[in-house]
Write a protein that binds this ligand. Structure first.
Ligand code: PLP
Length: 451
């Protein structure tokens, strides 16, 4: 039989569980419950095989910034597939889509970041970054500058390199991560770890852990510091305002390359084109993916400062992927950026939608189960707690309550994600005020039901 959405849901679920190994999923649970089968999407809404209309407050995996159903992107893909479906960018060849995309990215990126090395995902791009910063220092005559400092609870991808950069202990426990030469410091999560300190003092203390680590490891051994401007998959940890200026000062003082992982924060997610602009930093390298194509095609990359590009450009950097600068992915990403830019999607989101979303989302802090409710542009999280005053944790193992709330949201046709006992949103940037109201109503109801 042809497998299509016309088959009964139970049959699709059984076939899925029989043959498809899902990422970050317990397969036995999947076999028992069956995956929700998504059949279509438009704007901020998903449709499932049982006819439910589901508000996607996660934009897929934080990536469908432009919203679902933009046929222009499909048309561009079809045209490009007909004209030149594939060619590589190794060995002195190129093509118009990758040239146009690189130029557009140089225009959009902060000043001084003008060259792009492409990949197909954020994980691949961060793997590139590991080799790139080490090669950079070797080319500058400092080959011992190899160690990269990252943060606990960071997410930089799932490959061996990017999973090592990340600070997810659950990932490190499986498959022999991290690789040597990666050092982790603590995250600036004031709500969970700030104790009696003020957020300002705590932000400084956490940033100064970077300086301590550099001094311990030896300045001459440290290549780079990598971080998400606002930590995403770790729970949308919004850093205190004192944090990033201190990090920038330390990177400058010790000549440490700063890699901003913009895979989530980029392309309007924070209300600015890049998260680096939202937190006021000057990265040497930015990792990009997700919103680059709004998820319509797999594509990622590293945007390099002129200085980094010049040093790397002086040698043959023996690195690249078959699909680096893929013409169809490049053409689709370019069309996505054109729409985000020319239709003013990023501009309108930052100036009109994000302030409204902030007011409504932070209102969830009035719910008795919610402590901190914080949002930067379109990435927000609420901390679930039995007692907001004391920032207490639930007695049940961490994540149990978050999981329960997520299940209630799912039953109420709202996709919110849970990370431990935090609930997260990251909706498409095209979300309307009415849809924001619906999101908040459904979240409130789901919290009530989980109490
Ligand atoms: N970096 C960050 C900040 C991410 O959030 C992610 C994915 O969620 C990645 C890198 C990895 O990107 P990908 O899943 O495209 O490999």
């Amino acid at each position: 039989t042809k497998i299509s959405n016309h088959l009964p849901t139970a049959e699709l679920q059984a076939l899925d569980a029989a043959h498809h190994v899902h990422p970050f999923t317990t397969q036995t649970e999947l076999a028992e419950r069956g995956a929700r089968v998504i059949t279509g999407a438009q704007g901020c809404w998903l449709t499932d095989s049982e006819g439910h209309s589901i508000l996607d407050a996660m934009a897929g995996l934080w990536c469908v910034n432009i919203g679902y159903g933009r046929t222009e992107l499909a048309e561009v893909a079809a045209r490009q597939m007909t004209e030149l479906p594939y060619y590589n960018t190794f060995f002195m060849t190129t093509h118009a889509p990758v040239i146009a995309l690189s130029k557009k990215l140089a225009e959009l990126a902060p000043e001084g970041l003008n060259k792009v090395m492409f990949a197909s995902s954020g994980s691949e791009a961060n793997d590139t970054n590991i080799r790139l910063v080490r090669t950079y220092w070797a080319e500058k005559g400092k080959p011992e500058k190899q160690t990269i400092i990252s943060r606990w609870n960071a997410y930089h991808g799932s490959s061996v390199g990017s999973g090592s950069l990340g600070g997810m202990k659950g990932m490190h426990m499986q498959g022999g991560l991290p690789i040597p030469g990666i050092h982790h410091i603590d995250q600036p999560d004031w709500w969970s770890e700030g104790g009696d300190m003020s957020p300002e003092d705590f932000g400084l203390e956490r940033a100064q852990q970077l300086e301590k680590a550099i001094l311990e490891l030896g300045e001459e051994n440290v290549a780079a510091f990598i971080a998400e401007p606002v930590q995403g998959a770790g729970g949308v940890i919004v850093p205190p305002e004192t944090y990033w200026p201190e990090i920038q000062r330390i990177c400058d003082k010790y000549e440490i390359l700063l890699i901003a992982d913009e895979v989530i924060c980029g392309f309007g997610r924070t209300g600015h084109w890049f998260g680096s602009q939202a937190v006021g930093i000057r990265p040497d390298i930015m990792t990009i993916a997700k919103g680059l194509s709004s998820g319509y095609q797999p594509i990622g990359g590293s945007i390099l400062s002129d200085e980094v590009a010049e040093v790397i450009g002086a040698t043959e950097f023996n690195h690249g992927y078959t699909y680096s600068g893929h013409p169809v992915a490049s053409a689709v990403a370019l069309e996505n950026l054109r729409i985000l830019d020319e239709e003013g999607v990023v501009e309108t989101f930052g100036s009109v939608t994000a302030p409204y979303l902030k007011e409504k989302f932070e209102g969830l802090a009035r719910h008795p189960m919610v402590g901190e409710a914080k949002i930067v542009g379109g990435m927000g999280s609420i901390a679930l707690t039995p007692d907001a005053e004391s920032r207490a944790k639930f007695k049940a193992p961490g994540g149990t309550v978050g999981y329960m709330v997520r299940e209630r949201c799912f039953a109420n046709n709202l996709v919110m994600r849970h990370v431990g006992d935090r609930m997260i949103i990251s909706p498409p940037l095209v979300i309307s005020k009415e849809e924001i109201d619906t999101l908040i109503e459904r979240a409130w109801t789901s919290l009530d039901e989980a109490m």
